[in-house]
Design a protein around this ligand. Structure first.
Ligand SMILES: NC(=O)c1ccc[n+]([C@@H]2O[C@H](COP(=O)([O-])OP(=O)(O)OC[C@H]3O[C@@H](n4cnc5c(N)ncnc54)[C@H](OP(=O)(O)O)[C@@H]3O)[C@@H](O)[C@H]2O)c1
Length: 255
């Protein structure tokens, strides 16, 4: 059987790499996007060796429409059409205190998380229409609904991306293209492990399930929404946050 192809942005490491590996495990060919060519190629080589699928890395120029078009043209020229796009890369916009943030920095977050993702989703949708259908998965955030300090642009971008996701789902359903979102809470990234910005002590670590997401939890959710397992689901949100968002306030255990 002809293998399907998935493209994961920001997939040279961490959450994105785990998503790419999850699809490779299911015998998908994998395309890795990274702002650094070398990192993209190394991650692709590792996926190809570990899972015996075809894998390619692409250097991505953020908000560079020509670069986006070139990447998709190259994918097609090599005989692939995307069955799935996972939009994982994001400008996290950390530490943007609202009264002090430069408007340019604010705009970078919005432009990266909304406009760049629109460019990528549109090129992917053109290939999926040709293929007869496909699935686009936004890695979003529970901060689309619940604010955290000094992240106004990030929260706005994630809320906006959910609106965009639903509108795409509505418009592209007729091409059998599904568009959905995973909403992680805190993830056990290197930032969390190293406690950068006080990550490990943040109230979002205290969840009803007593844990936060590992990379594999986000990868499994992306696989579900990206694959035929969710074939009748579009415009939907899947929260993966240990139940964090259902709380009025986190119950912090006494140590
Ligand atoms: N970490 C969390 O606790 C958490 C919580 C909720 C939601 N999320 C969401 O989950 C996804 C993955 O999160 P993560 O923490 O694993 O993210 P991350 O490692 O900070 O970013 C993912 C990738 O995006 C690329 N990237 C980073 N900054 C960028 C920028 N300014 N412009 C363009 N690309 C950029 C990087 O790839 P290259 O350097 O290789 O280009 C990076 O590997 C994101 O969409 C994030 O919003 C994360």
């Amino acid at each position: 059987m002809h293998r399907k192809t998935v493209f994961v942005t920001g997939a040279a490491g961490g959450t994105g790499y785990a998503i790419a590996a999850r699809f490779a495990r299911e015998n998908y060919n994998v395309i890795i996007g990274s702002r650094r060519e070398e990192k993209a190629q190394m991650a692709a080589a590792r996926i190809a060796a570990d899972y015996h699928v075809e894998a390619r890395g692409y250097a991505m120029g953020v908000l560079d429409e020509e670069n986006v078009k070139e990447i998709f043209a190259d994918i097609k020229a090599r005989g692939f059409l995307l069955a799935c796009l996972v939009l994982n890369a994001a400008d996290l916009g950390i530490g943007q205190e609202g009264l002090a943030v430069a408007v340019k920095d604010f705009m970078d977050v919005i432009n990266t998380n909304i406009v760049w993702n629109f460019m990528l989703a549109r090129e992917a949708a053109l290939q999926m229409r040709e293929l007869g259908g496909g699935s686009i998965v936004f890695i979003n955030s529970n901060t689309a609904y619940r604010a955290i300090p000094d992240r106004i642009a990030y929260s706005a971008s994630k809320s906006g991306a959910l609106g965009m996701m639903r509108a795409m789902a509505l418009d592209w359903g007729k091409y059998h293209i599904r568009v959905n979102a995973v909403l992680p809470g805190m993830i056990k990234t290197a930032r969390w492990e190293n406690n950068e910005n006080g990550c490990r002590n943040a109230p979002s670590n205290f969840t009803p399930l007593g844990d936060i997401a590992a990379f594999e939890d986000i990868a499994n959710a992306a696989w579900y929404l990206g694959s035929e397992a969710s074939r009748n689901t579009t415009g939907a949100e899947l929260t993966v946050d240990g139940g964090n968002m259902i709380q009025l306030y986190p119950v912090i255990p006494k140590i």
